[in-house]
Design a protein around this ligand. Structure first.
Ligand code: GDP
Length: 312
């Protein structure tokens, strides 16, 4: 058996960790969003990929929710002292990853190769794949003008009102080479769209030409997990941007958004009354992942649901 997960950063990586711990070694492939990637201080930074690397290797910072645990900040403090740009916080250990990635990319390695090498060094037995080795950059249109994703997300802390977004570079991007094989694996049991932001984390992945088609042709059911609980996002701007874009903040809007791409939807049990309005086969579950046990339990529910939905 093998499983493919589509994931953004923090919310998605929580379920990816549950899946990782519930599957035999080598059976999980995570396709990570790289629409959030950016060049900063001369370095190539891949926030969602790095969150996945740190989460699966047990290095994630449980307090901050991003970056590495037991981090030190000498670089940032020194940069501040020198009058450098400090709006994007980079811990010392985290910085090493960005420096090494940038060096390897400049030496001609692809992003896939760099991530695979880092994952191996960190002892991760899952395949972590960028959605593409070609640059795709999420840009948001806001009432205060157009912004790069990280400027919107980190520098302006999602305050500007969003009016649209664009996944720049996506039309010419190719799926990372290992994605086709992962989705065509005859032993594939499930494709899980993690509870990530559908518009800012999953949409850039789906915007890479060819990827939707591979998902449709996969022999396993595609299941999305609701990123909303009780009409709210657990964290992050999902509900805020849905409101700003004139989309009702409801699981039905999410299932409509994924449309025929998904075969099933895991709805939070707190929202059971909304199940009838969803245009998808629904399974109820407690989707709130606070503890490690929650992540593993939800992962098992996803895998059991996939068995029920087996494609003909
Ligand atoms: P990302 O999009 O994966 O980078 O992660 P975020 O942390 O920004 O969260 C994106 C979405 O995931 C939001 O809509 C959150 O509500 C949702 N999310 C985060 N944690 C959980 C959780 O424990 N359970 C569920 N169901 N959704 C979650």
């Amino acid at each position: 058996m093998s499983v493919v997960a589509l994931s953004g950063g923090i919310g998605g990586a929580k379920l990816a960790l549950g899946l990782y711990r519930s599957l035999p070694p080598g059976k999980l492939t995570v396709i990570a969003n790289t629409g959030d990637d950016f060049d900063h201080l001369g370095l190539h930074i891949s926030p969602d990929v790095d969150t996945t690397l740190y989460t699966l290797s047990g290095l994630a910072n449980p307090v901050l929710g991003w970056g590495r645990r037991d981090e030190t900040w000498t670089f940032m403090e020194t940069l501040e002292r020198l009058g450098g740009e400090t709006w994007f916080r980079l811990g010392d250990g985290d910085l090493a990853l960005h420096v090494e990635r940038t060096r390897r990319l400049a030496a001609g390695q692809t992003l896939s190769q760099v991530i695979a090498a880092m994952a191996q060094r960190l002892g991760i037995t899952a395949s972590i794949l960028p959605m593409s080795d070609d640059p795709v950059r999420t840009r948001v249109a806001t009432t205060e003008g157009e912004l790069d994703f990280q400027e919107y997300f980190v520098r302006h802390q999602c305050r500007p009102v969003l009016t649209g977004m664009d996944y720049r570079g996506a039309p010419g991007a190719r799926p990372a080479p290992a994605i086709a094989a992962a989705l065509a694996d005859p032993a594939l049991e499930a494709v899980i769209i993690c509870p990530s932001n559908p518009y800012l984390s999953i949409a850039p992945i789906l915007a890479v030409p060819g990827l939707r088609d591979m998902l449709k042709k996969a022999s396993a059911p595609v299941i999305a997990v609701s990123p909303l609980i009780g009409g709210k996002a657990v964290k992050g701007p999902t509900a805020k941007i849905m409101t700003e874009l004139g989309i009702p903040v409801s699981p039905a809007a999410v299932t409509d958004y994924y449309g025929s791409l998904i075969d099933g939807f895991i709805l939070d049990q707190r929202d059971a009354s909304l199940a009838d309005g969803l245009k998808s086969t629904v399974k109820l579950a407690d989707t709130l992942m606070n503890t490690l046990e929650d992540r593993e339990r939800l992962a098992r529910e996803c895998l059991a649901f996939a068995k029920e939905l087996k494609r003909p």
